[in-house]
Design a protein around this ligand. Structure first.
Ligand code: NAD
Length: 292
């Protein structure tokens, strides 16, 4: 059963140092968001190559932020120095909260979370940025599941205000309280949701996106659907939004919504061949639109 929790004014122990596992699009964004608010951040990547790509990604994000805020070189360096990127779990030992943002695969996530739990202090909170996997099932690899929850940021992290704090079956109230306070301290808006397919936002958003995909399949024009929804008042059209989200990410979310979304098999049938040929939206320069 699905029952949204109302946003509660609850407080927990403060988080001062953040660990992030996986510094891709989301992990780098989360690291930057925390550094801007004064947190020390340790990012753990899978190998040296991925770590240097992650450092470059964080540099770009911080440079963009610096230009936007007119920061001088010293301020930029201070900000950048708050984040270190490495490949060892041991760097996470002083983190009060560790957010996992690796590939969307249950086995990989369970294994990095179990490693992180071993490296972390006993009081540390662990969280997953998954958009489509069960938080409760993921907790199966942990010995302190009460300290674990979902912390679902949206893409791009620096622009998206809402963060879903997802309560797994065994998540404690104290863990939820700490994560809610942390999200507020990042200057973002937390909502607490239960661990159910799509959590709150994707459960509501994806049927809308799915209908747009079905209309394309029926032969309607991509540009016309997007234009009409923008005229209705949406900041971007549904197919444009899918290209931003990434059709690979959308496919993962669609697969998780089988129990609650109409036409989900047809939506998967449209997205699968596109994802197979790496036509996955903005990041591959081709999705519903061509960005070359
Ligand atoms: P990404 O592919 O950009 O980044 C994943 C990163 O994890 C890569 O840098 C990779 O090197 C690293 N990684 C892989 N295995 C690792 C391991 N064992 N240890 C350490 N690092 C490892 O992916 P992303 O888009 O940032 O997504 C990350 C997570 O966030 C996924 O769970 C995804 O579902 C979720 N998410 C994505 C979006 C989105 O729109 N992209 C939005 C919300 C949530």
């Amino acid at each position: 059963t699905w029952t949204p929790h109302s946003l509660e004014m609850i407080h927990g122990d403060p988080i001062r140092t953040l660990g992030v596992i996986g510094g891709g699009a989301m992990g780098a964004g989360i690291a930057q968001a925390a550094a801007i608010r004064g947190y020390g951040v340790h990012v753990k990547e899978v190998d040296a190559d991925a770590a240097s790509q992650c450092s470059a990604r964080i540099d770009r994000l911080i440079d963009d932020y610096g230009r936007h805020k007119k920061l001088d070189a010293d301020q930029l360096r201070q900000l950048r120095d708050r984040i270190d990127v490495g490949t060892d779990f041991s760097a996470l030992e002083d983190a009060d909260c560790i957010v996992e943002a690796v590939v969307e695969r249950m086995g990989v996530k369970q294994s990095v979370l179990a490693e992180a739990e071993k490296a972390a202090s006993k009081s540390a909170i662990l969280a997953t940025n998954t958009s489509s996997l069960s938080v409760t099932e993921m907790a199966g690899s942990l010995s302190r599941p009460a300290h674990f929850a979902g912390l679902h940021f949206f893409n791009p992290v620096h622009r998206m205000e809402l963060v879903e704090v997802v309560r797994g079956d065994e998540t404690s109230d104290a863990t939820i309280a700490q994560l809610v306070s942390f999200v507020r301290a990042l200057g973002k808006t937390p909502i607490v949701t239960t661990d159910s397919p799509g959590f709150l936002v994707n459960r509501i958003l994806f049927p809308y996106l799915g209908e747009a995909i079905m209309m394309v399949r029926e032969g309607q024009s991509i540009a016309a659907i997007d234009r009409e929804m923008r005229e209705f008042g949406m900041p971007m059209g549904p197919l444009q939004l899918l290209d931003h989200v990434g059709l690979d990410v959308a496919l993962h979310v669609a697969r998780s919504l089988g129990a609650v979304m109409r036409d989900v098999d047809d939506v998967i049938e449209v997205l699968s061949p596109l994802a197979r040929r790496n036509q996955i939206g903005l990041k591959s320069k081709r999705g519903f639109y061509d960005y070359h």
